[in-house]
Design a protein around this ligand. Structure first.
Ligand code: HAM
Length: 435
């Protein structure tokens, strides 16, 4: 026999035992986004390769070596999206969403990067991304950061730090880039192979090298924050004042440059020590020139994306089990007539209550079905046997302790009984219905 198939390396299944936690996380994210009046945009997973090259940057790791790129049937080069900002900007330009109006948008879904898989770093991973267009001032920067801080509070995530930096205008960055290249030239022999390669293509990225041997060279490099243009300096100071008044603490990290080329002015990352090497749970910044660069109107943009796998890992570490909720009731049916009536009864009950009702399928005698009911973790077994069918009743047997005695009721009383019984064990139905 041939070996069973396995998932592609770095691409994970999310199993039923985990999906409840994902759904809870996604629901909370959606609630927080709604509280700030952000609206969902759904974007394709595949875009033209050139869109990513022109926005993320030709000489970034993502575009140079991490994209899943393929030729379409007409030989056009397409790529699986490695991130969502480029597609979001493309869609907004294409549909005229940026003319004379501001936009507050979010999207969610899988992204693809051919990275070396490790804990917290996958080849297919999931992001929720948020983008805001048409607002140039630091107020929107502050709003986005407040939104993320609120989300962490709502999720009970505490061990995260906000790192903040400003990359300045593109002119200031170009001048700084020259200064940086000149500096690194004087220390060329100390640069590792990767940094030597980047020296003339993307020298800013040398600053966020993970190579400990380069710590000294990087520490002594000129600091971009000291060379900001006046407008960016004012923007940054105002943002800091807004965050201070909102009670949001942050660290200024002058080495934070981000791995995508489109950023200017504000950049930020939320990082944690609790996840090992892949500790950035959320990252983003301003990209005022990108929309125009992609042939759209001259409209500023800012956004961020968070990695859901990393957030789920934090929730698990904080003790959320993510256990799949058990059914409220399990319907046992013995005999053909019971089978037919049971199907109808189950449909009626689902109509009447926000009930998670599992119907026995696959036959079996009373004992076998009862064992399945118990194993399912249900609170009640609803029993339809020959006697019940004759009498037009249902037996309701509590399967867990403290759920009272077994009762036999007429079929039209079952919903009311279950509603009372489930709500008396603190509001199980209402809580479960909310998810
Ligand atoms: P990014 O920093 O490349 O930014 O990714 C954002 C977040 O996605 C990271 O902080 C991390 O949590 C998660 N992430 C990235 N790569 C992986 C991976 N291989 N495995 C698991 N999680 C990962 C962007 O993507 C920008 N588009 C963010 C943005 C939106 N900036 C402005 N608007």
């Amino acid at each position: 026999m041939s070996k069973p198939f396995q998932a592609i390396r770095g691409m994970n299944d999310i199993l039923p035992s985990e999906s409840a936690l994902w759904q809870g996380l996604e629901a909370t994210v959606r609630e927080v986004l709604a509280a700030y009046d952000y609206h969902e945009i759904r974007l394709p997973i595949v875009e033209r390769t050139e869109l990513f090259a022109r926005s993320i940057g030709e000489v970034t790791d993502i575009v140079e070596k991490e994209m899943y790129t393929f030729a379409d049937r007409n030989d056009e080069s397409l790529s699986l999206r490695p991130e969502g900002t480029a597609g979001c900007v493309r869609a907004c330009i294409e549909h005229g969403l940026l003319h004379h109006q501001t936009q507050r948008l979010w999207y969610a879904g899988p992204m693809f990067r051919y990275e070396k898989p490790q804990k917290g770093r996958y080849r297919q991973f999931h992001q929720v991304g948020v983008e805001a267009y048409g607002m140039a001032g630091p107020d929107i920067d502050a709003e986005l950061i407040c939104l993320t801080a609120r989300l962490w509070r709502r999720l009970g995530i505490r061990e995260v730090t906000l790192q903040l930096n400003s990359l300045g205008s593109s002119a200031a960055r170009a001048a700084y880039r020259e200064r940086l290249v000149a500096y690194f030239e004087t220390r060329r022999t100390e640069l590792d192979e990767d940094s030597q390669r980047r020296l003339h293509t993307n020298p800013l990225r040398i600053l966020d090298t993970r190579n400990p041997a380069m710590r000294g060279v990087v520490a002594e490099a000129p600091v971009l924050l000291d060379h900001l243009d006046t407008e960016s300096q004012i923007h940054f100071a105002e943002l800091r004042a807004l965050l201070d008044s909102a009670g949001i603490t942050y660290e200024i990290n002058p080495r934070l440059v981000r791995g995508l080329d489109y950023y200017c002015k504000t950049v930020f990352e939320w990082v944690t020590d609790t996840l090992g090497a892949q500790g950035t749970i959320c990252a983003g910044g301003r990209y005022d020139g990108l929309i125009e660069q992609l042939s759209g109107p001259a409209v500023p943009g800012i956004g961020f994306a968070m990695g859901l796998e990393r957030l789920v890992a934090m929730l698990v570490a904080a003790g959320y089990s993510g256990a799949d909720p058990n059914p409220h009731a399990y319907l046992i049916m013995v005999g053909d007539a019971a089978q037919r009536q049971g199907l109808v009864l189950a449909e009626q009950l689902r109509e009447q209550l926000p009930l998670r009702l599992r119907m026995n399928c696959g036959g079996g005698g009373f004992k076998a079905q009862f064992r399945r009911a118990d194993y399912s973790g249900a609170r009640f077994a609803l029993i339809l046997g020959e006697d019940e069918i004759k009498a037009g009743t249902v037996a309701i047997k509590p399967l867990r302790e403290t759920q009272g005695e077994q009762v036999t009721l007429s079929q039209d009383q079952v919903a009311a009984h279950l509603r009372m019984a489930l709500n008396s064990t603190p509001s199980v139905l209402e809580r479960d219905a909310r998810g």
